[in-house]
Design a protein around this ligand. Structure first.
Ligand code: KG4
Ligand code: ZN
Length: 337
């Protein structure tokens, strides 16, 4: 029997995305990133849901066209039910529900954080998918968590941030440096020319595998204010070194906890997920762990940032388990794994 064709829809934050999967193979993955938020220095929820409404029909049409699949050939619709911005989630959910009803095919609800993790199982994401059990560090603009993954339906969050996410730390600190939103990729680029040991920032002391980034942001802000009083051009003159030092601090914080958990739980398979996994310093530091006999999994870039391919991937797993959603499934801004 042919594997089912599943349409995935993602609309939890500021990317409208649709993808078609068959088996573990992605046939299309269209992502429309909203530019409207750039001038506000962060995502504006009301503008995000409006943009999703404008984008969703053309994005889904493009995904079907790219996959060379007709609507009536689809076997199920998977959509993000949470966590995320409620107004944004509702746009994707309403569309998915209407389409599943009109085509009379099953509906599958997907947890966005689970999807980031299972993006690793997309056929061309990695040379081979991670073996269970593995630890996945999901680092994005909205989340920072370490998840112990023992099986498809056995996931345990063993550590998470108590305040800002790692991507948020990059973005907020970047804003202090005068960089446009999202600042993460710019800091990464500027850091290539800088000295990561030039400036030292205090790392937070948080229990076990949990994280905190808000203290670092305040620390950088106070440091910059003191330096600017002495020299108004301090940031401009030291931009590359500041970026390199800040990046080095954030990636060390991220990985120290992951490595501690790996050692305590004796897990050799380490995976990275979420938009911040694009960061070159984070990737290089994690990759170097391979020298210590760890297996490291970093999926292709297009599957690390928000995308519907990962939603379709979980859709496929749930389809096989006959785990379907009802039409009254409720979107949830806070949705635990
Ligand atoms: O997963 P994602 O696309 O969306 C969320 O769910 O948040 O992640 C976006 C985040 C932003 O905070 C952005 O600054 C960060 O990922 N990011 C990076 C890099 N590329 C994206 N942070 C550091 N270095 C990068 N190269
Ligand atoms: Zn995400």
């Amino acid at each position: 029997m042919k594997s089912p064709l599943i349409l995935g829809i993602e609309s939890s934050c500021d990317d409208t995305s649709a993808a078609v999967i068959q088996g573990n193979t992605i046939l299309s993955n269209i992502i429309s990133s909203q530019k409207v938020h750039q001038k506000y220095g962060g995502v504006v929820p009301e503008l995000a849901s409006r943009a999703h409404q404008q984008n969703i029909v053309p994005v889904i049409q493009a995904a079907l066209q790219d996959a060379k699949v007709k609507q009536n050939e689809l076997n199920a619709i998977a959509f993000t039910i949470g966590p995320g911005l409620l107004g944004s989630l509702l746009v994707g959910a309403s569309f998915a529900k209407s389409l599943s009803m009109s085509l009379d095919i099953p509906l599958i609800s997907v947890n966005h954080m689970q999807a980031h993790i299972f993006a690793h199982f997309i056929q061309d994401a990695n040379p081979s998918p991670p073996d269970f059990p593995f630890l996945c560090l999901t680092v994005s603009g909205g989340h920072t968590q370490i998840v112990l993954v023992k099986d498809y339906d056995d996931l345990q969050v063993i550590g998470e941030t108590r305040d800002d996410a790692a991507g948020e730390a990059f973005d907020k600190i970047g804003k202090l440096l005068g960089l446009p939103y999202p600042a993460g990729p710019q800091i990464d680029r500027l850091a290539q020319q800088g000295n990561p040991e030039k400036f030292h920032f205090t790392k937070p002391k948080v229990d076990k595998y949990d994280y905190s980034f808000s203290g670092l942001k305040t620390g950088v802000m106070n440091f910059l204010n003191r330096q600017i009083q002495k020299d108004a051009d301090f940031v401009e003159k030291n931009l590359a070194d500041l970026c390199a030092s800040i990046q080095h601090t954030i990636t060390d914080i991220c990985l120290e906890k992951l490595f501690l958990a790996a050692k305590d739980l004796n897990i050799r398979n380490l995976a990275l997920a979420g938009g911040v996994s694009a960061n070159s310093d984070l990737r290089n530091k994690l990759k170097s762990k391979e020298l210590e006999n760890y297996k490291v999994y970093i999926p292709k870039f297009e599957y690390t940032t928000d995308n519907a391919a990962m939603i379709a991937m979980v859709g496929k797993i749930k389809f096989e388990q006959n785990d379907f959603a009802q039409l009254n499934a409720k979107s949830q801004a806070r949705f635990k794994l």
